[in-house]
Design a protein around this ligand. Sequence first.
Ligand code: A3D
Length: 313
Amino acid sequence: MGFARKKIALIGGGQIGQNLAMLAAMKELGDIVVLDIGDFVNPIKGKALDLMEMAPHGNYDANIVGTGDYADIAGADVVIITAGKPRVAGMTREDLLATNIAIIKDVANGIKTHAPKAFCIVVTNPLDAMVYAFYKLTGFPKHQVVGMAGTLDTARWRAFIAMELGVSVSDVAGTVLGGHGPDMVPLPRLTTVGGVPLAEIATKEQIDKLVLRTREAGTEIVKLFGRGSAFFSPAWSAIIMAESFLKDKKRILPGAALCEGEYGINGLFIGVPLMIGAKGIEKIFQIKLTDEENAMLQKTAGVVKNTVAETKL
Ligand code: A3D
């Protein structure tokens, strides 16, 4: 007797991968396979078993396994890719490109062979170039491939606003567009706190400070960690996207999607507001931007274009 559960494959069982496994289990999104390589295979098998043993208290039913074999991801509904090196203090995300592109080539091959129908969420940095590379290497349709970054950047924007103003984070709504780097584009004009426009509740100095902190949020954490980058909030952000797909929630979340003319951007994956449902990326929303906002978006697109060129794909 088997279970007709959804299947979630996690490629990379490091800091983010492990948290993804725990969150997917606690949210009962389905059965979970975590894949890693080499010396990391046995530890991830052990961690998967540890999560099975947490189930009686966590109160979830899910089969959770670690593996080093792509055959085990067969039939996955959703795949989340975190395989790759994270930053250490002093590094930019672009410094990871040479190492991580080789890993993405390997991963794309494994997923294309064993889970060609899965909705794929790429997390590996430099994000906008890695999701582009994954799309090119797999040849999957564009609605099946998304990059997780804007959902995290928006969570950081909302968290910092709530911390600065001393209000509930639940009431802060807004979005962040663009590439996942210091040129990303938080949109204060479209941010509200319980329906009150941000500009009416915060000073310009506060808003400028919040924009800067959001743009540098990943680096702030890398500096504190020394080795490695954020993992709790990136994991939650990717899980939110996976959940919207698996449950056809049709949430509107910022994520890196292939733009083909949207916002005047062509042939690049970049952070834009998306609707994610059972068909994957079901819609890209084009917000009417001011000239200043649009100039910022075009600047970040230029940075992404240069990084993508380095993938030589
Ligand atoms: P880490 O804890 O090092 O985990 C990465 C895992 O990938 C390790 O367990 C590796 O063994 C594994 N791995 C390496 N090569 C392969 C391969 N070929 N196949 C399968 N597994 C492999 O890193 P992490 O989990 O902290 O971060 C993972 C990635 O996410 C890094 O590239 C980070 O830079 C990136 N990241 C992105 C964001 C975004 O918002 C986009 C945020 C935070 C981290």
